[in-house]
Design a protein around this ligand. Structure first.
Ligand code: NAD
Ligand code: USQ
Length: 405
């Protein structure tokens, strides 16, 4: 198949592109490299050294003989998108290309607007391009489990049957997202569902949990194929942050009580879930939702796990409950269904001691690269002006990124 990976330079998009290329598909990447520019804006970076998109694609070809076509441009630029899609003619489009950080979206008005503009308009453009250029192509869209929030009932996979005043219907599960980022995904879901209905295009909306891990068969081929690892207070996800804090001998930053429970999955399962979705496409006009995670943990559970493994490595790990910078429930009921991908053949990798141990080894290897000043959370949900270092920035673009463009 011709598979277009939008956001193919990112943490998930790059390993996904290699994975699909290795399976024999023709893979094209669209990416505007904005994630690299956002690092420049905030003084953040990937703990693992990463190559430019150009160098990655060149190395991939050298090592495997497989070509990945790169189209550098912005989903918000419709002319660019039409050109790229006309050249590539995708059978499936995997869409990772969004601003994905909840804290980034909560910095201030400008960053909330940037997040929602980038994500909602980008996805809307993609829907129009699919309808006009390749209406049979399957859109596989990365959504998030955070669209649902933390209701006091079981979370279904996308839809819930409601009985109301003697009548019943199957309706989208209520959404209670916890940041302007998570809200952007809800807006996308509504737009995608509507586009499937009116134009008869087809889509799978993958409500994914928090992903961890760096190692896939393809990233392990060569250090030059490594994917990014974020650990700072804006981009770092919770387990990554704990691993870095443990490696530096800093206390693990559990926000509040630590009962916040989320779905998690190994990066190898992300790759496989997307392959499964592509292999079993929905019918024309169908909009379907899969909950894409394999295990639930509270953030305190995870801290305890990291402490246990870290101490075994002689790291002397401590846990600190700091005041929660977010507005979220710190103790709550959480039971989210996630059977549809298992029914289609997913065999999950659980978060084992071995995996956590090897993740911590990678972190310890790169410990000297850590920018300690970025470690503590600086974005508070209750404030509309966070933090001063971002106040004047207009998303400057690094010279290296400019040169690549
Ligand atoms: P990432 O930031 O590492 O990658 C996103 C990529 O998209 C970047 O390379 C960026 O440059 C590109 N991009 C952003 N806006 C673009 C635009 N307008 N045009 C072209 N390219 C654009 O993010 P990630 O962690 O790989 O996440 C990928 C997707 O998966 C996101 O949509 C995210 O919301 C979703 N997701 C991620 C996780 C996770 O734990 N990482 C969990 C659930 C869902
Ligand atoms: N948290 C801590 N300590 C930390 C960092 C985070 O306790 O040092 C807590 C947060 O308060 C939150 C939980 O950990 O309750 C998860 O936070 P996170 O930053 O790991 O993840 P989140 O903001 O939800 O976002 C990440 C990805 C996003 C994706 C989402 C999936 O950045 O792209 O959509 O996970 S989900 O959580 O299912 O919505």
């Amino acid at each position: 198949m011709n598979i277009l990976v939008v956001g193919g330079d990112g943490y998930l998009g790059w390993p996904q592109s290699m994975y699909l290329s290795k399976q024999g598909h023709d893979v094209g990447i669209i990416d505007n490299l904005t994630r690299r520019a956002w690092d420049v804006e905030g003084g953040t970076h990937s703990l693992t050294p990463i190559q430019t998109l150009h160098d990655r694609v060149t190395l991939w070809k050298k090592l495997t003989g497989c070509t990945i076509e790169a189209y550098v441009g912005d989903l918000q630029d419709y002319d660019f998108l039409v050109d790229a899609m006309t050249q590539f003619r995708p059978d499936a489009v995997v869409h990772f290309g969004e601003q994905r950080s909840a804290p980034y979206s909560m910095i201030d008005r400008k960053h909330a607007v940037r997040t929602q503009t980038n994500n909602v308009i980008g996805t809307l453009n993609l829907l129009y391009a699919i309808k006009d250029l390749c209406p049979e192509a399957h859109l596989v869209k990365l959504g998030t489990m955070g669209e649902y929030g933390t209701p006091n009932i079981d979370i279904e996979e996308g839809f819930i049957e409601i009985n109301h005043n003697g009548r019943k219907d199957l309706l989208p599960f209520p959404k209670q997202p916890g940041s302007f980022y998570h809200l952007s995904k809800v807006h996308d879901s509504h737009n995608i569902m509507f586009a499937c209905k009116i134009w008869g295009i087809r889509s799978t909306d993958l409500n994914q949990g928090v992903v961890y891990g760096l190692k896939t068969d393809e990233t392990q081929l060569d250090d030059g194929l490594a994917t990014r690892f974020d650990y700072d207070g804006v981009w770092g996800t919770v387990l990554n942050r704990y691993c870095v804090q443990a490696a530096l001998g800093r206390p693990l930053t559990v926000y509040g009580k630590g009962g916040q429970t989320r779905g998690f999955l190994d990066i190898r399962d992300t790759l496989r879930c997307i392959e499964i979705a592509i292999q079993s496409p929905p019918a024309q006009g169908e909009y379907r939702v899969f909950n894409q995670f394999t295990e639930q943990f509270s953030v305190l559970d995870l801290a305890n796990l990291v402490q246990q493994i870290g101490n075994r490595k002689g790291l002397n790990v401590t846990i600190n409950h700091i005041s929660d910078p977010r507005v979220e429930m710190e103790q709550h009921y959480y039971n989210a269904k996630h059977t549809k991908l298992l029914d289609l053949g997913l065999v999950p990798h659980d978060l084992s001691d071995v995996l956590l141990d090897s993740l911590m080894d990678v972190v310890v290897r790169h410990r000297d690269r850590v920018r300690e000043e970025t470690l503590m959370p600086q974005v508070n949900w209750r404030s509309t002006h966070n933090p001063s270092s971002y106040e004047t920035a207009e998303s400057p673009v690094a010279e290296s990124v400019k040169a690549e463009r």
